[in-house]
Design a protein around this ligand. Structure first.
Ligand SMILES: [Zn+2]
Length: 339
């Protein structure tokens, strides 16, 4: 069984090492180090050092393009489209957005540079976190109709790109994201590293509705999701979304011969709901998923925007839930092997 936690915000190797020891002592086998545009520009060697020392402390390492181009999830700023306006997504009603277009040649070249740098480190797995077209919560913004997308859409459908959402346009966005993932995952395999893709849950208007096409990509090694609950949600909602998503991921992984992964929410946890973490972990493991990660270290205590009400309790609850899951898994394996 694999257990991991995400880690960000500290770039002094001396303090990172202390935290990596604490993560290992808490029972985790993996850490995910975020790797933003700022990391690539200002900390490329420090990041290699951080990844190497994490390995020395006995942890496997995942790395994600944190908020890069705003095509991926994360609380990191992106200045790519401010510097390279031609890379930017354009909404269906013509607004220039602060996200790069997955179809843009310039953005793909930037991703090649990111991949080369990251893969020169001792990282094992590149984590493609929530690839999506630009959207905003509680506001309808749909993209993209930039010049590249407009040309591609014309070539693929023989029609002009629409100004409102349609089934055909959604299919175009699906094709675009699958093509982008196919490109980046192939690049990663050239360096002998693994690819894990984390899909946004289906209630986000992200552009990737058909998960089979992602799981089927030859260079995708691992497929997962992060169906996080919202503040105010009841336990029943957690049970429903983790139940449905973990079964869907487990089935996909089995069908395409990939590894399955589930993410448990460890941020914005309201006081009194810490047990949702245990529930989400158990549901995922019971669906047969033996690769469980959580976002993020110490209940996200040190980023106040994400902080849980009782971050220490969140951290302890996650550690206990994973330790129980591991014990259950070992027992199950032992029992199965003895039959
Ligand atoms: Zn575009």
């Amino acid at each position: 069984m694999k257990t991991g936690i995400s880690y960000f915000g500290v770039r002094n190797p001396k303090w990172v090492r202390k935290d990596m020891r604490a993560i290992k002592e808490a029972g985790f086998d993996y850490v995910l180090h975020t790797f933003s545009e700022a990391d690539l520009q200002y900390y490329p060697q420090t990041m290699k050092e951080i990844i190497a020392l994490s390995k020395e402390e006995g942890l496997g390492v995942y790395t994600n393009p944190w908020g890069v181009g705003r095509v991926f999830g994360g609380e990191a700023y992106s200045e790519l489209t401010a510097r390279n306006k031609e890379m930017g997504q354009i909404s269906l009603d013509g607004e220039a957005l602060i996200a790069a277009c997955p179809n843009s040649k310039g953005f793909r070249e930037y991703m090649q540079k990111w991949i080369k740098n990251v893969c020169e480190s001792e990282v094992e797995t590149i984590f493609w976190d929530e690839p999506h077209f630009y959207f905003e919560k509680n506001k309808t913004v749909s993209a993209c109709r930039c010049s590249v997308c407009s040309k591609l859409y014309r070539e693929q459908t023989g029609e002009e790109i629409p100004e409102t959402l349609s089934e055909k346009f959604n299919a175009f966005r699906q094709r675009s994201l699958v093509s982008f993932l196919s490109f980046v995952t192939e690049e990663v395999h050239k360096f002998g590293k693994r690819n894990s893709v984390c899909l946004l849950p289906p209630w986000f208007p992200a552009g990737l509705e058909n998960w089979d096409e992602v799981a089927a990509l030859p260079c995708v090694d691992e497929i997962g999701s992060d169906p996080y609950w919202e503040k105010g949600d009841a336990l029943e909602r957690v049970q429903k979304i983790y139940g449905e998503t973990s079964v869907r991921i487990a089935d996909l992984a089995k069908k395409y011969g990939k590894e399955a992964q589930m993410w448990v929410k460890n941020y914005h946890i309201e006081a009194g709901t810490e047990h949702f973490i245990k529930e989400a972990t158990e549901i995922s493991v019971n669906a047969g998923i033996t690769n469980i990660f959580a976002w993020s270290y110490l209940g996200s205590k040190y980023m106040d925007w994400l902080r849980s009400d009782n971050p220490e309790l969140v951290w302890e609850t996650q550690i206990k839930a994973l330790s129980l899951a591991k014990a259950h898994f070992i027992h199950y394996n032992y029992a199965t092997n003895c039959k």
